[in-house]
Design a protein around this ligand. Structure first.
Ligand SMILES: [Fe+2]
Ligand SMILES: [Fe+2]
Length: 262
């Protein structure tokens, strides 16, 4: 007689793992984790910042980009992007877990440049996976950070926001246009990116939760670069920012030298 193996099939609904985001949850709304009893991220920005490998990757990525003529992408840039990404979600009413994941995504988003500028978003997402796994992060949190980093690129294929943390990272990264990012010591040798960045003396992102509007407020010294150059160079970034704001349910505006231009 043939032997049969009994397979037990659970008759009850599959239990949802702690922290798991249900498939039908809106990825651009605060996550349901508070309801599941986990309102904090499994790893903190402080732990990521203190990691020697993270520091080495950021330092070398920034140095490599400097060698091929790019503006500053080091601790200043990623620290600022981490703070802005966190604040975007804070102001927009997202829970502490998503705020922390936005900050972590901001801090790690450019580590892929240590490998190559080309596809640095994809490489960075994979590096972040390895780092956060080592730091003991929950797989759900790692997955969110990977999606955010992998979708932030504005060269070649423009990234689209895939969830709220991703939208916050795009808004934060694309708003960092500032004089202090220029490394070229010779103004006469500036390229277009240097000139526009050097002309930007102030850059701030405002989130108005009541009016549902996000505004990038820039001061541009037009004796260095006309405002038009800003749009010529940064149009893809502006489009990405608008899509990111809209994904969060916000309108996106730009004000330059006190005049709303978008
Ligand atoms: Fe980047
Ligand atoms: Fe960046």
């Amino acid at each position: 007689m043939q032997q049969s193996t009994e397979i037990s099939v659970p008759t009850t609904a599959r239990p949802v793992a702690t922290g798991q985001i249900q498939a039908d949850a809106d990825p651009f709304l605060p996550s349901p984790d508070e309801a599941n009893g986990r309102s904090r991220a499994s790893v903190t920005l402080s732990a990521v910042k203190a990691d020697p490998e993270v520091q080495a990757l950021i330092r070398n990525a920034n140095r490599n980009l400097g060698a091929i003529g790019y503006t500053e992408h080091g601790f200043r840039h990623v620290g600022l992007v981490a703070n802005i990404a966190r604040n975007v979600l804070k102001r927009a009413g997202f829970d502490p877990r998503q705020q922390e994941l936005a900050a972590i995504s901001g801090y790690l988003h450019d580590v892929g440049n240590v490998v190559s500028r080309l596809d640095h978003a994809r490489t960075g997402a994979l590096l972040a996976h390895q780092i956060l796994t080592r730091l003991g992060a929950d797989p759900e949190d790692i997955a969110v950070v990977m999606g955010a980093i992998g979708s932030h690129e504005d060269e070649g294929h423009m990234g689209d926001p895939v969830h709220a943390v991703s939208a916050a990272l795009i808004l934060a990264d694309k708003s960092d246009v500032h004089r202090s990012r220029v490394r070229n010591p010779e103004q006469t040798a500036f390229d277009q990116h240097d000139r526009v960045n050097y002309a930007a003396t102030s850059s701030r992102l405002y989130v108005d939760a009541e009016r549902k509007s996000i505004t990038l407020v820039l001061q541009i010294d037009t004796s260095i670069a006309p405002v038009m150059h800003y749009f010529e160079i940064f149009l893809p970034r502006m489009l990405m920012s608008r899509r990111a704001a809209e994904a969060l349910g916000y309108a996106f505006h730009i004000a330059i030298n006190g005049v709303e231009v978008l």
